[in-house]
Design a protein around this ligand. Structure first.
Ligand code: BG6
Length: 484
């Protein structure tokens, strides 16, 4: 059955930087379903030919040497453009006529991708319903919704309600591009396709877990959006909580969308909500020096560009094991890593030197860059009595597989076309994530500038964050990946 991939917000940044390059790479690998057509829809006036030219330019720029002119020309023959305003039902109706004409009465899978500003999500979905475009009589219809999915629990619920009026949950694909990363999926494989990790993946052996998403970049051109969003909405509600869920979940009985998501949801249900008083002690926030001078940021902004949050997962596996989550802009390097810090041996035989909290075993899951896994363990230093040193077993994807890892969007777009929602967030998952973040946001708002630390760019966030974790007798694993 042919596939039509319709992009709302076709003239935007996401389309040119992510969606079209991902579709093009899939085309080059021969992975796109046969007879896939791409239709762009947005207000800017383009003819089909002009849009193809525009996309050739942006994709060439984005892919650099990897860009193959001839392959793109061939791919572009299946790209079309329909100018229109999403808030006009007549324009959406015209889109329907165009799609019906293109598909010529044959059955077709249609995937609508909302790559627009979030304020258009509701009208877009309503108009898809009103014009009959959500109707599945001729073939499956799916809608892919980008983040942010709401700005708090109330708005996420309202959006879920609005979308459910038109689409059934199984037609809805809420994207979190972290789930499309190979290394995030590999965490499922590491845990559930090996038998040696699972027995120790619990409170009996794990002291704590650290999940860090550090970015070197500042907010740049997105300052306006960022100032109204901040680090919790931008990174925690979605990406960090996704990493937490995959680290902490139980094995599903089968690798199927709802079974996987049922287990993830149980983790969020078990996360202890922070009370207002906990927020002062269990979270730490800051902004980088110079943030308030960024264009689009209010002079009196209290938006955080860094946060560290300590969460407890109240279930049998994780009782008493804190999960430290942190993320920030303008940090010392770009790294996303999950550190499983194991307990100290119960009795040390080789006890001469000083032992610190980072001397115990740990498993570092390096999500990006230098994607891989390192297992740290103590070794005897040769010819030095019983002196010990922490060394590691180092697995790198690039060395092992000699291939560049695909961008997350390739996997996710293909899954949406093929109807596999395993790597997409379900309605309850998104709402539960907001219910964890909302109390923190509310408490921060009340606290205003109190407890909001300024930090020097190119460090690991506010200096106070070291003392914050040391209070618990622990240390951050501040390590930048070594790129070979
Ligand atoms: C986006 C956030 O969702 O994720 C950005 O809005 C952030 O602020 C980006 O930079 C990080 O994604 P990645 O894949 O580069 O880690």
């Amino acid at each position: 059955m042919p596939h039509t991939f319709i992009i709302f917000g076709a003239s935007g940044d996401l389309t040119s930087r992510k969606l079209i390059p991902a579709l093009f790479r899939l085309h080059c690998k021969g992975r796109l379903p046969r007879d896939t057509q791409v239709v762009g829809f947005s207000r800017t006036e383009f003819s089909d030919v002009a849009w193809r030219e525009e996309l050739a330019g942006s994709t060439r720029e984005f892919l650099g040497d990897e860009f193959d002119e001839q392959a793109f020309r061939q791919f572009a023959e299946s790209i079309y453009y329909q100018p229109g305003d999403l808030s006009s039902v007549d324009d959406v109706r015209r889109l329907k006529e165009r799609l019906d004409g293109m598909e010529d009465g044959a059955g077709c899978t249609r995937v609508f991708y909302l790559a627009t500003a979030p304020r258009f999500y509701e009208p877009a979905v309503a108009h898809l319903g009103e014009t009959g475009l959500a109707d599945e009589t001729c073939g499956p219809v799916r809608v892919v919704i980008e983040k942010p999915f709401g700005v708090d629990l109330a708005s996420a619920r309202a959006l879920n309600r609005a979308v459910h009026e038109v689409f059934a949950e199984m037609q809805i694909y809420r994207i979190d591009h972290y789930l499309g990363k190979e290394t995030v999926q590999n965490l499922l494989v590491l845990r559930f396709a090996n038998s040696i990790f699972e027995p120790i993946w619990n409170r009996n052996y794990v002291d704590h877990v650290q999940i860090t998403v550090a970015e070197e970049v500042k907010v740049g051109k997105r300052a306006g959006y960022y100032d109204s969003s901040g680090i919790l909405r931008d990174m925690f509600q979605n990406h960090l909580l996704q990493l937490l869920m995959i680290t902490a979940m139980e094995a599903p009985s089968r690798y199927e969308a709802d079974r996987v998501r049922d287990e993830k949801v149980k983790v969020l249900q078990a996360v202890r909500r922070l009370e207002r008083d906990d927020v002062a002690t269990d979270t730490l926030r800051g902004f980088y020096r110079g943030y308030r001078d960024e264009r689009g940021v209010a002079d009196d902004s209290t938006t955080a560009t860094f946060a560290a949050v300590k969460l407890a997962v109240d279930n049998w596996r994780w009782q008493g094991v804190p999960f430290y989550l942190r993320s920030g802009k303008a940090m010392s390097c770009r790294t996303t890593q999950i550190v499983i810090q194991f307990r100290e041996p119960p009795h040390m035989l080789f006890g001469s030197g000083h032992r610190g909290p980072l001397d115990a075993n740990r498993l570092v899951i390096q999500i990006q860059p230098a994607e891989g896994i390192q297992l740290h363990f103590q070794t005897k230093v040769p010819d030095a009595g019983m002196q010990l040193r922490l060394t590691d077993l180092d697995f790198r994807f690039q060395e092992e597989f000699k291939a560049t890892l695909p961008d997350a969007y390739q996997r996710l777009l293909l899954d949406a076309m093929q109807g596999d929602a395993s790597l997409f967030a379900r309605a309850d998952e998104v709402e539960l994530a907001w219910s964890i973040v909302d109390p923190i946001l509310a408490a921060w708002e009340q606290l205003g500038r109190q407890g909001l630390h300024e930090y020097e760019p190119s460090l690991w966030g506010p200096v106070e964050s070291s003392a914050w974790i040391e209070r618990d007798g622990r240390l951050w694993f501040d390590s930048c990946p070594v790129l070979h």
